[in-house]
Design a protein around this ligand. Sequence first.
Ligand SMILES: Nc1nc2c(ncn2[C@@H]2O[C@H](COP(=O)(O)OP(=O)(O)OP(=O)(O)O)[C@@H](O)[C@H]2O)c(=O)[nH]1
Ligand SMILES: [Mg+2]
Ligand SMILES: [Zn+2]
Length: 294
Amino acid sequence: MSQLQGTIVKGIAGFYYVLAGEGEDRKVYECKARGIFRKDGVTPLAGDRVLMTVQEDGSGSVDEILPRINEFDRPPVANVETMILVAAPKEPEPSFPLLDRFCVMAEQKNCRIAVCVNKADIGDPAMLQRFRNVYGGVYPVFIVSTVTGEGFEELRAFLQGTQAALAGPSGVGKSSIANVLLESDAMETGEISRKTLRGKNTTRHTELFDAGGFRLFDTPGFTSFELGEVEEAQLQHYFPEFAPYLGKCRFDNCRHLDEPGCAVTKAAENKEISRRRYASYKDMLRYLQQLEKY
Ligand SMILES: Nc1nc2c(ncn2[C@@H]2O[C@H](COP(=O)(O)OP(=O)(O)OP(=O)(O)O)[C@@H](O)[C@H]2O)c(=O)[nH]1
Ligand SMILES: [Mg+2]
Ligand SMILES: [Zn+2]
């Protein structure tokens, strides 16, 4: 028996599949989770770093879950170090407010964030530029196409050494991007869904894939994010471009809505920060405020 540190790549019906070992010995072990997790109320998740024991017969058992940097309920994953927020210039039409909600979700979970605009091959250059204008000063922006392959060298370089997930609306090309990054066609994409008439959300289970140099989740999507989970006073901190202006408003408790002497409002007026992003902030804060009333 020997103990290894590894990463859970998926869990199915009481078994956990753990990627562990180095070099030639790197492989996936089938492990039965021990009862201890039920007692502690901790459910192992895809993405969990674990200590495991390899038995004589080559099977394994998960002994301990190492501390998480974050966890999500739906999809049930842990340790999303990097969140790639995927959008498209069309098909589907982009929604900046929706993308900003995804940004807030990922900020709240302390992910390193990048914006990835896919379908560059069909994108209007003005729309692609709009993404750069809105997000360029805030996050790394990658303009890619799974059809032409453009932009992937940069995206791959960005992902080196990290455990990453793709999030964004249905149909923007998350599974297609995963296929390119993993140099496989393991992930089901929209084309197949049309053939099998499975409906819109093609990806139905969650699995962590080893891309050699980084790991990538493919999941049915981070759709269930409830903005209500965000604390009102925290929201401003989830817009990293506000940081230089915080503490410079006339009122200490400024919410940056329409208070006089607000440094954030002024920055938006002067186009030092994106007005589109500032509008998203205000919409989200107002939404949170009206939730509080009930
Ligand atoms: N023109 C163009 N089409 C693309 C590109 N990438 C993906 N598509 C197409 O967009 C559709 C949706 O792609 P998927 O990869 O299934 O999208 P998804 O984000 O995984 O969708 P869900 O799993 O439903 O959330 C498919 O028909 C793809 O062939 C691209 O770079 N350019
Ligand atoms: Mg998909
Ligand atoms: Zn203010």
